[in-house]
Design a protein around this ligand. Structure first.
Ligand SMILES: Nc1nc2c(c(=O)[nH]1)N[C@H]1C(S)=C(S)[C@@H](COP(=O)(O)OP(=O)(O)OC[C@H]3O[C@@H](n4cnc5c(=O)[nH]c(N)nc54)[C@H](O)[C@@H]3O)O[C@H]1N2
Ligand SMILES: Nc1nc2c(c(=O)[nH]1)N[C@H]1C(S)=C(S)[C@@H](COP(=O)(O)OP(=O)(O)OC[C@H]3O[C@@H](n4cnc5c(=O)[nH]c(N)nc54)[C@H](O)[C@@H]3O)O[C@H]1N2
Ligand SMILES: [Mo]
Length: 681
């Protein structure tokens, strides 16, 4: 389910319509046959030719599978053999030659346990998919307000009279946010969208459960501004400059509660409109219009997603959004603030419970004293760091709890090569994906696990509004898969043995894991009572409803930025790699992208002016080339709704073209800032 919270109720307690993605996921789940049959009947060379759609639709993984280099096929193995192989490999590998990658769908309990095991085993090479996702938001927000998550709760957004939606496609990826935006609109609030592509659902949106909206649609965007890809820093700086020229800044707030205001205001005055418009591709008029709408609004919430973070200057983008909020005192009080709209359902919780290379000091100390152990202190690798280290042959064992590390990586050829250098690779998954075909170590073991809604025990997740929620779990849909908690505790027990500082048998019971979390993760104290009280709770110290921030001096921090040049030369186009309506990340459920009116995935969406300028024709086949790879037989798709000079292709297929260029501050790859050229076949 593409949502943020457990269960089918949103944070305001409203029952939600079943979202389409969860129906698709369940349908894929209930198919005849299993992914194990599929692996047994298809050679690796055949699997490599299959699409993400075909692999996902092979059914559920039900039994451990083993692939050994040199063989043509995967084969079934028993759980005992699989676990034995994994513990033998771990026992024979120096801890710092291993890495531990986590996707964001696992529970807090599973995440906490596996990272704890990795550290007791001896490494900090522990990271999660946020390094390819919202890491820039975490780093940017921490530098601005001292905490890396949303500063608001859902109720704040519902009360806003202006919402900025920057660099995201919520009609496809965050349908629940659309319901909130419709509430804002129904109360005469406004919405400003900043996005190089016009996403139709942000212009007018229809919800299936609302008959009125179904007939007419609700108009969403009051202003829709299309910068060039990568132009946001200039746009955001421009809005701030125009607010300043209107004299609409909240000077008392800036002086009393923020650091760095004077320097920043001087910097804004000194930045010319020529520079701002040239580096954003947005006219001064449009920027001034956004600024005056902002200046008139009382309660403003800023939302953003991957159009902001997937850039070399992702952290600066986030800081610039925070600056803009501070400028008019839209922080540190109810009904206003900052909202990074999250990716995976529990990616935030996974990060909170310690799935990061560097543990927060408080967590580190608490774990050491709770379990009476010494934890490793040397620097752990982030996700891209692990891939690069594996590429250099420095790593020999990887464990992936969920996700598709290969498929989500930039530069697929590099990614396949890096992971194939490993001696052992353990994939803990529900279904097949491209990684299982392309990224194979000397021995590759796939362990089949239950999805969260099939767990026998209750588990918890954290929503993007910092609310910890309890999920019931549910009946198992297939014989064979085991719970993540069971698998992790079994591996940990067999590697660390009876003398382990953590009793892994005790940790098989989720309430015992919650007790450990409550004692070691600051803000999660109440999780220890959740089994008795059922009380879901807000994590302390993250929602700022008073102007006192979690920074060392309690003030919000303003950052000055120099504006980056727009990327690209004469015949180059700026490429964004994005999701279609019919997919969840690397998992493709249907080929069509209904909102964008595109029926297949091997396309490049390009503005008519660019088609003309480059002498191309609609629906002709081209080769798309970047600095790291090329894709052949891509169909040119005439698309009015993208800003000329910029093009759109679908992730994960387009990852062949994405270089490893990343934001130095967050280490997030620039998935939206790829330069490409088109060549006639
Ligand atoms: N159904 C569904 N739901 C999902 C997911 C899914 O795959 N399917 N994935 C989940 C995950 S992990 C995540 S992280 C989120 C992703 O949610 P989104 O961020 O909405 O996902 P993308 O498809 O990457 O869309 C990027 C958006 O940013 C715009 N954009 C691209 N470049 C720029 C730029 O330079 N500036 C600006 N301002 N905008 C730009 C694009 O036009 C597009 O609208 O969704 C989550 N929810
Ligand atoms: N070019 C490009 N690349 C990108 C992006 C982009 O926009 N453009 N987006 C990036 C982003 S935002 C993200 S978050 C990453 C996604 O990175 P990942 O999280 O690594 O990838 P997913 O595709 O979400 O993982 C899908 C797999 O998760 C497994 N799975 C599903 N549910 C469960 C579960 O409950 N438990 C377990 N153990 N496994 C489960 C299934 O086997 C499925 O095949 O990709 C990144 N890569
Ligand atoms: Mo994500």
């Amino acid at each position: 389910m593409g949502g943020q919270a457990g269960g089918m109720v949103n944070e305001a307690g409203r029952t939600l319509e079943m979202c389409k993605k969860s129906v698709q996921a369940m349908a894929a789940d209930l198919q005849d046959g299993t992914a194990c049959d599929h692996l047994e009947s298809h050679a690796i060379s055949q699997l490599k030719k299959q699409t993400p759609y075909q692999l996902e639709h092979a059914g559920r993984l039900t039994q451990p599978m083993l692939y050994e280099k040199g063989e043509e096929f995967y084969r079934r193995i028993e759980w005992d053999e699989a676990l034995q192989r994994i513990s033998t490999a771990l026992a024979n590998t120096p801890a710092d030659e291993t890495f531990w990658y986590f996707s964001g769908r696992s529970s807090n309990e599973a995440g906490f346990l596996l990272q704890l095991f990795a550290r007791l085993y001896g490494t900090n090479n522990v990271n999660n998919c946020s390094y390819y996702c919202h890491q820039a938001s975490g780093v940017g927000l921490s530098s601005a307000v001292g905490s890396g998550t949303a500063t608001v709760v859902l109720d704040d957004v519902e009360h806003a009279d202006l919402v900025f939606v920057i660099g995201g496609n919520p009609p496809s990826n965050h349908p629940r946010l659309m319901t909130t935006l419709m509430h804002v609109k129904n109360k005469k609030g406004k919405v400003i969208v900043i996005n190089p592509a016009i996403e139709v659902g942000l212009v007018k949106f229809k919800v299936p459960s609302n008959p009125f909206s179904l007939l007419f649609g609700t108009r969403i965007a009051d202003l829709y501004v299309q910068p060039h890809i990568g132009g946001d820093l200039a746009v955001l700086t421009g809005i701030a400059k125009a607010v300043q020229e209107l004299g609409a800044e909240d000077s008392p707030f800036l002086q009393q509660f923020c650091d760095g205001a004077d320097e920043w205001l001087e910097h804004l005055s000194a930045t010319s409109w020529e520079e701002i418009t040239a580096k954003s591709g947005v006219s001064e008029n449009e920027i001034r219009e956004m600024a005056s709408t902002y200046a008139q609004a009382k309660n403003v919430v800023f939302c953003w997603t991957m159009g902001i973070t997937h850039h070399e200057h992702g952290v600066q983008n986030v800081q610039a959004i925070a600056n803009l909020a501070m400028m008019r005192g839209m922080l540190g009080r109810p009904h206003a603030g900052l909202l990074p709209v999250r990716g995976h359902s529990n990616v935030q919780g996974i990060g909170s419970v310690g799935v990061t290379p560097k543990l927060k000091d408080a967590i580190f100390d608490a774990l050491e004293s709770e379990f009476d152990v010494k934890l490793p202190t040397h620097t752990g690798l982030d996700t891209l760091g692990c891939m690069e280290s594996a590429d250099r042959g420095e790593l020999s064992l990887g464990v992936c709890l969920g996700g598709n590390l290969y498929g989500s990586n930039p530069d697929l050829e590099f990614a396949a090569g890096a992971l194939s250098n490993l001696k052992t690779l353990v994939y803990i998954n529900t279904t097949l994906n491209t990684g299982h075909a392309h990224a194979l170590a000397d021995q590759t073991i796939i362990l089949p696990v239950l999805a969260r809604d099939e767990e026998a025990q209750k588990t918890t997740q954290e929503s993007m509004f910092n609310l910890v929620r309890l999920s019931d779990g549910g009946p198992q849909r297939h014989e064979g898969p085991r719970s993540e908690i069971e698998v992790i505790t079994d591996i940990a027990h067999s590697v660390l043995g009876e003398g382990s500082p953590v009793d892994w048998k005790v940790m098989k019971e989720a309430p015992n894991i919650r007790t450990a979390i409550s004692k070691t993760i600051p803000g999660f104290e109440k999780i220890g009572d959740i089994d008795d009280t059922g009380n879901e709770f807000q994590i302390e110290g993250r929602t700022f409803h008073a102007p006192r921030f979690a920074t060392p001096n309690g003030k919000a921090q303003i950052h000055c930025h120099s504006l980056p040049e727009l990327k690209g030369g004469v015949n180059q186009l700026r490429l964004m790699t994005v999701r279609s309506e019919g997919q969840f990340n690397t998992v493709v459920y249907e080929e069509a992208d209904i909102y964008r009116g595109v029926e297949r995935r091997d396309v490049i969406l390009i503005h008519p002016d660019d088609i003309k300028r480059l002498g191309l024709r609609h629906r002709q086949k081209v080769t798309v080339r970047s600095s790291v790879g090329e894709l052949n037989d891509i169909l040119v798709h005439r698309y009015e709704d993208i800003r000329a000079g910029n093009v759109l292709m679908y992730f994960p297929e387009a990852n062949t073209l994405v270089p490893r260029t990343s934001d130095p501050l967050s280490r997030t790859p620039a998935f939206k800032g790829v330069l490409v050229t088109l060549h006639e076949a």
